[in-house]
Structure formats: structure tokens, C-alpha cells
Design a protein around this ligand. Structure first.
Ligand code: ZN
Length: 493
């Protein structure tokens, strides 16, 4: 028997606005699609949070024994600067500015994306398809939508006819908008606009002569609209209807709304059973944005090379910090919050170490079965990781009481507790013991502190060759030193 047969999982469905009992389309299988990154710059920490939420969700489904096909795409064409139908292609623009081939830009930032996700201990998705790898599939969908009368061609571009679609379907149902309100709130079309209505969106755009990323099509040389790739790839790998579609809150409109319209126009049925949206990450109470400088890259947190935080933080600490908030809540990153998470993370890891060596007794003061059930209840309630973590800390408290001899635990309960703790902490939350671990973390920390001391003495004696050598050789071992106002700290990557 698989674990999922004894669990009743509820998911908040953005489409219905309610928590619903999860019933997969095919028993024992889950099909999940998540909109991936547009690879034209280093991955944002906010995007990492979204992908981390779905990594946790992927992990929990797997833990429950489901066979999961998780598709997360790479957008390497078609995403224009203003997120709609105007402006330059984000990747082509970067390529022009950096004098690179567009595919060099794509390669560089895809590698960066994978590196950062690996540091955060993400599981790779089952399939990671690209937009440029599915141009033919996208053209097939356009042909189908044109044939069914929900799109029109103008001067080498093809647009989706939202008003026509809305006659028989409901455009705006995911984001809770009504087409008539949208029309009332938008500007009038100008003479040079090709669209019949501002709500219409591009399925195919004619490539201007200077546009590098272009493909021949029945409508002339051009490129697909941004929304289309996700419909093409999700349909190809998960079918016309699949279980879960996820992404960041900001993608609900227009991106996901357009995906629904395309799929319903093409296949005549709703593409997704459960829509899930992860909320955003703020920093020091404000929206994170490169333009305002209120921004930090994951790599800058790991290395400590930034002006926002007092020290470097390990990826697992940042992961733990993110897991302490529910995925649908806004989470605020600050130095204090990360310091608190670091403390909590170490307490949790130490308790696991203590648990491994705990002496057992004839009776248990701790009802491990009930405790374990509370952990699953938390996860089954729309993946409530903050409640799960609170429950883990209840166990930490009990483990420490047993260690102090104030309570006891039987060998059977100890084994059950170890199994459940390991499953929740490592399998489901995806935390890792940072590499100073293996039970020797205190000793190794002591050694690094000693080297920091030697380095300080060397600097005091103006022996910079030795001081630099200590720093560089530690860095080569993956231990970064950071000099700050309150002395030197270190982090492990
Ligand atoms: Zn998408």
C-alpha cells in the first residue's frame, strides 16, 4: 500500500478559490506543470522561492508514493520586454546589449539557474522542455485555433480573439476579472494597432527584419507569443487535461488566463484541474526590484558579498527560512529573519544528531504516532510547511528532555521518530546537513575559527601572503571567509 492511500490531501485551487480534496486524474499518478524561468539574467531569489515551493510539493507527492511527472519549462524565446505583445524579446535584447548570440545568453543563464537550484537542493523536474524546441507544436496549436475561429491573421501575425472566445467561454475566470470591466479599463486602440481589441493577444508575431530569433511559418517569418509555449509543452507531455499547473502569483494574469483560453479554444476543454500560485518574496518590507536596488541574488547570500546582510548564509538555511512560511503567503527577507532561521536550522540539525545517539528506556513519555500524524495533517492541509516545522520543534523539545533524562523513549518509538524526522526534514522539506556536518560540525567549526585567528595574527604582523593563503585555501575547500565590522565570519558552500 502506498502512503497516499491513507492520506487525504487538500489543495487550495486558485480557480475555485477553495481548498479541494486532491483527486488525481489517473490513480497513483500526478501530472504537474510549472512555468519556468525566462533565461536572460541571473535567477531572482523571488523566482527561487516559487520554484522551491513547487519542489517541496513535488517532493511531498513523491514521498506519498505517487508517480509524478513534473514538467518545468525554460523560456528561451517569445517573452517580450513588457510581458505582453510589445517591445523587444528579452533574450534578444540581452544578446544585443552584451554582443552575444541569443543562444549564448540562454546557455549562460540556464547554467546559472541550474547551479543555484542545485545549491538549494532542488530535485530536477522529470522534463525540462524549451520554447525553441517546440516551435512546430506551437504552430500546430495556432492552426487549430485559427481553424476553430478563435484567432485571426493580420499582416503576418496571428492574434487570439478574446471577445469571440468569451461568447462561449469565460475569459478572466482564473484571475476573477470580467471582460467587460477589462474593456472599460483599457485604452482605445490606435490606428497602427493590428488587434481587433486590446485584450487580444499574440499567438504568432511577425518578425521585423532586425529580429534575430525567427522561424518560417505559414504566416511568414516570425516567432510564437509567450503564452503559447506553455500550452504546447503542457499538452504534449501531460495531455489536454492534467492535474496541477503552478507558477508565481504574478503569472495568473495575463499568462495563465491566456493559457486557459488557448487550451479551451484548441481542445474544447479545461486544461487544468488544480491551479496553484506561489506568493512573492519581499526584502525589508519592500518589493524586490533591481531598479530600486532592493534586490539580492542567491549567490550573494551564499558568499556574503552584499550590502544587505551582516554575514553569509548557507543555502540550506535560506531554504529553511523559505519553508517557514506558507507558499501562498508573502514572505519578507531580512537580516534578522535569516539569523533567526539559521539558529532554528542548527537547533533542528543538532536534535537529529542527539536523536541518533539517544539512550532508550522501558517506556515512552512521547506519543510519537500522534506527533507523526500531526506532521502529515499539516502537509495535507495545502502543504502547510510552517505548521510542519512547528511540529518538528515540538519533537526537538522532547528529544532534548529525553537527553537530559527528564523523559524517556522506547527503542521502537525512537526508531519511528527517527524515520519520520528524517522523512520530513530531508525528503519533504529538502533540507541538507551543510558540509561541516556528519556529527563533526563543532570540531570543524573550531578548526576554521582557529585558522581565522591565525589569519588575524598574520595580518597584524603585516604577513599578507599568509593571510591571503589561508583565505584562498579555505575558499578552495568551499569555506568562504567574510570580514565584517564584528570580525570575520565564515560560510560553507
Ligand atoms: Zn507558462
Amino acid at each position: 500500500m502506498q502512503l497516499y492511500q491513507s492520506q487525504s490531501l487538500k489543495i487550495y485551487n486558485s480557480l475555485s478559490g477553495k481548498k479541494e480534496i486532491f483527486e488525481p486524474l489517473n490513480k497513483g499518478h500526478v501530472g504537474m506543470y510549472v512555468c519556468g524561468p525566462t533565461v536572460y539574467s541571473n535567477v531572482h531569489l523571488g523566482n527561487c522561492r516559487t520554484f522551491m515551493s513547487f519542489d517541496m510539493i513535488f517532493r511531498y507527492f513523491k514521498h506519498l508514493g505517487y508517480k509524478v511527472r513534473y514538467v518545468r519549462n525554460i523560456t528561451d524565446a517569445g517573452h517580450l520586454v513588457d510581458d505582453a505583445d510589445d517591445g523587444e524579446d528579452k533574450i534578444a535584447k540581452k544578446a544585443r546589449l552584451e554582443k552575444l548570440e541569443p543562444m549564448e545568453v540562454v546557455q549562460r543563464y540556464t547554467v546559472d539557474f541550474h547551479n543555484i537550484l542545485e545549491k538549494f537542493n532542488f530535485l530536477p523536474p522529470s522534463i525540462e522542455p524549451t520554447a525553441t524546441g517546440h516551435i512546430i507544436e506551437q504552430m500546430e496549436i495556432i492552426k487549430e485555433i485559427l481553424q476553430k475561429g478563435y484567432a485571426y491573421e493580420v499582416n503576418g501575425s496571428v492574434y487570439f480573439d478574446v471577445a469571440k472566445f468569451n461568447e462561449t467561454n469565460e475569459y478572466g475566470k482564473l484571475s476573477g476579472r470580467k471582460l467587460k470591466d477589462m474593456i472599460a479599463n483599457t485604452r482605445e486602440l490606435t490606428a497602427q494597432d493590428e488587434k481587433k481589441s486590446p485584450q487580444d493577444f499574440a499567438l504568432w508575431k511577425k518578425a521585423e527584419p532586425q529580429h534575430i530569433m525567427r522561424w518560417p511559418s505559414p504566416w511568414g517569418d516570425g516567432f510564437p507569443g509567450w503564452h503559447l509555449e506553455c500550452t504546447a509543452m503542457s499538452t504534449k507531455y501531460l495531455g489536454e487535461t492534467f492535474d496541477i499547473h503552478g507558477g508565481g502569483m504574478d503569472l495568473k494574469f495575463p499568462h495563465h488566463e491566456c493559457e486557459i483560453a488557448q487550451a479551451e479554444a484548441c481542445n474544447g476543454r479545461s486544461p487544468v484541474k488544480y491551479w496553484m500560485h506561489a506568493n512573492m518574496l519581499t526584502m525589508n518590507g519592500k518589493k524586490m526590484a533591481k531598479s530600486t536596488g532592493n534586490n539580492i541574488l542567491p549567490g550573494e547570500i551564499f558568499s556574503g558579498e552584499n550590502t544587505v546582510l551582516s554575514k553569509a548564509f548557507a543555502p540550506s538555511v535560506v531554504r529553511f527560512f523559505m519553508m517557514q512560511a506558507h507558499y501562498t503567503s508573502i514572505l519578507d527577507l531580512s537580516n534578522e529573519a535569516l539569523l533567526a532561521s539559521e539558529k532554528g536550522y542548527h537547533r533542528l540539525m543538532e536534535a537529529l544528531e542527539v536523536l541518533a545517539h539517544l539512550e532508550t528506556g522501558a517506556q515512552s513519555h512521547f506519543d510519537v504516532e500522534t506527533w507523526k500524524k500531526l506532521g502529515y495533517d499539516a502537509m495535507n492541509d495545502d502543504f502547510n510547511t510552517p505548521i510542519l516545522i512547528a511540529n518538528l520543534f515540538d519533537a526537538v523539545k522532547r528529544i532534548n528532555l529525553i537527553k537530559e533524562g527528564k523523559e524517556s523513549i522506547t527503542p521502537g518509538d525512537k526508531e519511528l521518530l527517527q524515520q519520520a524526522m528524517n522523512a520530513f526534514v530531508f525528503e519533504v522539506l529538502g533540507l541538507e546537513r551543510q558540509s561541516l556536518g556528519n556529527g563533526n560540525s563543532d570540531k570543524l567549526s573550531g578548526v576554521v575559527e582557529l585558522l581565522i585567528q591565525f589569519r588575524m595574527e598574520a595580518r597584524a604582523n603585516k604577513d599578507f601572503a599568509t593571510s591571503d593563503r589561508i583565505r584562498d585555501e579555505l575558499a578552495a575547500l568551499g569555506i568562504q571567509l567574510k570580514d565584517g565590522k564584528e570580525g570575520t565570519t565564515f560560510s560553507v558552500s
